[in-house]
Write a protein that binds this ligand. Structure first.
Ligand SMILES: Cc1ncc(COP(=O)(O)O)c(C=O)c1O
Length: 353
């Protein structure tokens, strides 16, 4: 099947057979809006490896300010940001403690172990994506020659769309810090959590030594993540970014898209959350589906196990999903509007008729 791109509304949107293609696989699929393209086109740039790209510098300063940290670094992806953070906090033979369904453990190709010689201790998370103080305490290794050195606690927010409260994360971070560990937050979707809980980004970031914030997910930028922490940590991170081949030159074109996203797309995340809720409600009358929703993600678990058939049926109707088992994740984002919700609900209802 062939798709083309055309301008619809403010966004470049994929069109399939004259109809808008609705892509629910992730919030990473969004295309820059017209305003974002304008910001990219007019971005002042320099060579960021020399530190003189004005647009990158502006973005780094504004994220540090947003999260209440001393400094920030613009990097190419969430994966690179987490890896740079881990390399900054840990040495070979150290261990990081994290959740068994957190991205850093299951979806980043084992980077900390492969490239950093860092062991990963993954603790089972509960149905809300959380860890407990008791779990973290029990996982921190004694000073024993048989053990790796527990050096870092890595948490995540949101976890598969579930917002983690800053107080709860603070109690985990405090536990780690009391035992001499550093703390890192994978905040790929931290702004979704902040908006959903009505808590300031600074408060969400406060318990952590370093925080990774993605611009290319719900915020709608095409590329980029910003890693924040102390000045000394970011100085080291800049070296590790270079080591990993992530030093780029006129990166201001991309940083400008990120700044535009921060200036224009944080508050509107409430629209995505509202639309995700409406989608979940619209599907709730289908008795073969178990549904859960938080922030911008709706999970549907079909009792008949026909995920692949549903995927193919929706694809024929211009709706793209991943056929997850047991749950299918439907992600609502900048390029999904109210009309689209009606189309999605109708198509899924028809499939189950
Ligand atoms: C929670 C979380 N952390 C990190 C990442 C990695 O981001 P990237 O795809 O930019 O490497 C993702 C990607 O979806 C994610 O969901």
């Amino acid at each position: 099947m062939q798709s083309t791109y055309s301008t619809m509304g403010s966004s470049k949107t994929a069109i399939l057979s004259g109809r808008k293609l609705i892509d629910l696989r992730s919030d990473t699929v969004t295309r820059p809006t017209a305003g974002m393209y304008d910001a990219m086109m007019s971005a002042p740039v320099g060579d960021d490896v020399y530190g003189d790209d004005e647009s990158v510098n502006r973005l780094e300063l504004s994220v540090a300010e947003l999260l209440g940290k001393e400094a920030s670094l613009f990097v190419s992806s969430g994966t690179q940001s987490n890896l740079i953070a881990v390399l900054g906090h840990c040495a070979r033979g150290d261990e990081l403690i994290t959740g068994d369904d957190y991205h850093i453990y299951i979806d980043e190709a084992g980077g900390p172990s492969v490239l950093g010689g860092i062991a990963m201790c993954a603790l089972p998370t509960d149905h809300l994506g959380a860890l407990t103080i008791a779990q973290v305490e029990a996982a921190i290794k004694p000073d024993d020659i048989h053990c790796p050195v527990s050096r870092l606690l890595c948490l995540e927010n949101t976890v598969h769309g579930k917002a983690q409260s800053p107080d709860q994360l603070k109690s985990l971070a405090d536990t780690a810090r009391a035992a001499g560990l550093m703390t890192h937050l994978d905040g790929a979707r931290l702004m979704n959590a902040s908006v959903a809980l009505g808590q300031a980004p600074k408060k969400m970031a406060e318990p952590f030594d370093s925080v990774s914030l993605c611009l290319s997910k719900g915020l709608g930028a095409p590329v980029g993540t910003v890693l924040s922490g102390t000045k000394a940590f970011i100085r080291r991170a800049r070296r590790d970014r270079k080591l990993l081949g992530g030093g780029t030159r006129q990166a201001g074109i991309l940083a400008a898209a990120g700044s535009y996203a921060l200036d224009n797309h944080i508050e509107r995340l409430t629209d995505d959350h509202f639309n995700a809720k409406r989608l979940a409600e619209g599907l709730s009358t289908i008795d073969r589906l178990k549904i859960s929703q938080q922030t911008n993600m709706v999970f549907i678990s079909p009792s008949d196990g026909r995920q692949a058939e549903l995927q193919s049926y929706l694809s024929d109707h211009g709706i793209v999903i991943s056929a997850g088992v047991p749950s299918i994740r439907l992600v609502v984002h900048l390029d999904v509007n109210e009309d689209d919700l009606g189309r999605i609900i109708d198509a899924i209802k028809k499939f189950y008729q």
